[in-house]
Design a protein around this ligand. Structure first.
Ligand code: THU
Length: 131
């Protein structure tokens, strides 16, 4: 399942801007209406200003007015030796911007797995803690 979404994430990965790490990441959000939003990692000489692929993709969807209830799935792919899982900053961001059970498909082209934010960031801190 989600083969087309994973393929689009790999297509996006070709545009990754990663001159420092040379680690290329692509992501693609699938919205319930069929629209997709691509993202790539975009690095910076300051390192800290780097933006990860999955945040780029989800921010793209949100920028067009889509919200977590509108998002059906997210694919994140990389060219690493093992499957790349979202970094800690992305986990925090995705825990707010995706439903906890939204399918997240991870692949490095050799192996593919499916997970959710509930699995990736249990006991997360969120909006409800600030109420
Ligand atoms: N990267 C992502 O795009 N997503 C992640 O969740 C892990 C890390 C990027 C950031 C940086 O450009 C490169 O991978 C190495 O950390």
């Amino acid at each position: 399942m989600y083969e087309n979404l994973v393929s689009e994430a790999f297509e996006a990965m070709k545009s990754a801007y990663a001159p420092y790490s040379n680690y290329h990441v692509g992501a693609c959000v699938l919205c319930r209406d069929g629209r997709t939003f691509r993202g790539v990692n975009i690095e910076n000489a300051s390192y800290g200003a780097t933006n990860c692929a999955e945040r780029s993709a989800v921010f793209g969807a949100y920028s067009y007015g889509y919200r977590k209830a509108d998002i059906a799935a997210l694919a994140i792919v990389s060219d690493g030796a093992r499957i790349g899982t979202p970094c800690g900053i992305c986990r925090q961001v995705l825990s707010e911007l995706l439903e906890s059970d939204t399918p997240i498909i991870l692949s490095n082209g050799k192996e593919t797995m499916e997970t959710t934010m509930a699995e990736l960031l249990p006991m997360s801190f969120g909006m409800e803690d600030l109420a």
